[in-house]
Design a protein around this ligand. Structure first.
Ligand code: OSB
Ligand code: MG
Length: 380
């Protein structure tokens, strides 16, 4: 396979509801879509870097630069047989010299996965599941991630709304000053609901007692309580808690996943292809955790339908054992950039994995035109 042309689209899309985390509020989501052309096929990938370096150091601007000046020139016109591993010439080998910038790499790699699945006439889920005899799941168990609201009551009202829609797992964002009281109120209002918190790295180990007080609330997990680049202090905190810590921001490579598990820095890993450099690396982390009987789940970055379809394919693999942050289209977008809309199967809190060849969604050229801030094409 040879990529003959790559086109980048910098998009800004209005969110259906503003999303607040411990690092700020977003009313629009910026991202880059990557279209890779080969032999009459077009593969699509989403680069989830946003407008500000708050979740990670990458932004649309850094990712655009790294894609345009380094990653795309490295792959254009070069032959490859698979995206990762399986011997032969891999696409990953062409870009592995680039240090860091996982979101930029993951966007390009996702487009390549779509191409190869289309070429073979199989769904992306089936392509990613090739190493596993049991194959991909047809439906993925999902939950919803609720941003910080103005008041605790408002949060509870939103939880109630999502439960009524059929979501079976609720994640609440917390920040200093909006944490223990919120968690207690949510547990009191919804005693039996699978509930978890995400701190997005807003605390230090000095706040360990706060998390110890949460231990009685029967939380599914506490996601990324401490610094974005830490595993050492997470291991000190995990030692003091029964509630599993889930690592998000801290895990960028399969090696880091191994190190974190080895020192018990957490007992669950949130896998996001963008954070770890691609679907191939995400699958490797899945495998590392599976060997150690550590469950993983697929996180979200408020993706468009392009990234959402890829995440559903990833989350269909066997060790994605906990509900994903992959909610229905309407939770994010009034209008998505793809024509397809993902809906919740409310009877079992799942979303059906696309089964058409490749990603299984169709990008709307009209909406692409309307949401794009800029576009640039690169030829071999
Ligand atoms: O920490 O998981 C996170 C969104 C943007 C950046 C970071 C995170 C999130 C979410 C939203 O929690 C998950 C989703 O896409 O539904
Ligand atoms: Mg998180």
């Amino acid at each position: 396979m040879k990529i003959e042309q790559v086109q980048l689209y910098h998009l800004s899309m209005p969110l259906a509801h503003p999303f607040e985390t411990s690092f700020g509020v977003e009313s629009h989501r910026e991202c880059i879509l990557v279209a890779a052309r080969s032999g009459g096929l077009t593969g699509w990938g989403e680069c989830v870097a946003g407008s500000r370096p708050a979740y990670s150091y990458e932004t649309v601007a850094t990712a655009w630069h790294v894609l345009r000046d380094h990653l795309i020139p490295a792959v254009l016109g070069q032959g490859w047989d698979s995206v990762v591993s399986s011997g032969g010439r891999t696409l990953a080998r062409l870009t592995q010299w680039v240090k860091g910038h996982p979101m930029a790499k993951a966007g390009l790699q996702a487009a390549a996965w779509d191409l190869i699945a289309q070429r073979d006439g199989v769904s992306l889920a089936a392509k990613l599941a090739e190493p596993y005899p049991e194959g991909p799941r047809a439906r993925v168990s999902v939950g919803v991630s609720i941003g910080i609201q103005l008041t605790i009551d408002e949060t509870l009202t939103r939880v109630e709304g999502f439960l009524a829609q059929g979501y079976g797992r609720i994640k609440l964002k917390i920040k200093p000053g909006r944490d223990l009281e919120l968690a207690r109120a949510a547990r009191a209002a919804f005693p039996a609901v699978p509930l978890m918190l995400d701190a997005n790295s807003a605390y230090t180990l000095a706040k360990a007692s706060l998390f110890r007080e949460m231990d009685v609330l029967d939380l599914l997990m506490i996601e990324q309580p401490l610094a974005h680049d830490d595993i050492f202090e997470h291991s000190k905190l995990q030692r003091q808690l029964d509630t599993p810590i889930c690592l998000d921001e801290s895990i960028h490579t399969p090696a880091q996943a191994r190190w974190a598990l080895e020192i018990d820095a957490g007992r669950i890993i949130n896998v996001k292809p963008g954070r770890v450099g691609g679907l191939g690396e995400a699958r490797q982390i899945h495998d590392i955790c599976r060997e150690r009987e550590v469950p993983v789940w697929c996180g979200g970055m408020l993706e468009t339908g392009v990234g959402r379809a890829a995440n559903l394919a990833l989350a269909s693999l066997p060790n994605f054992a906990l509900p994903a942050d992959i909610s229905a289209t309407e939770r994010y977008w009034v209008e998505d950039v793809v024509q397809d809309r993902f809906t919740l199967n409310s009877e079992d809190s799942t979303i059906t994995v696309p089964s058409r060849p490749g990603l299984g969604v169709t990008v709307s050229q009209e909406r692409l035109g309307r949401f794009q801030l800029r576009t640039e094409a690169f030829q071999a």
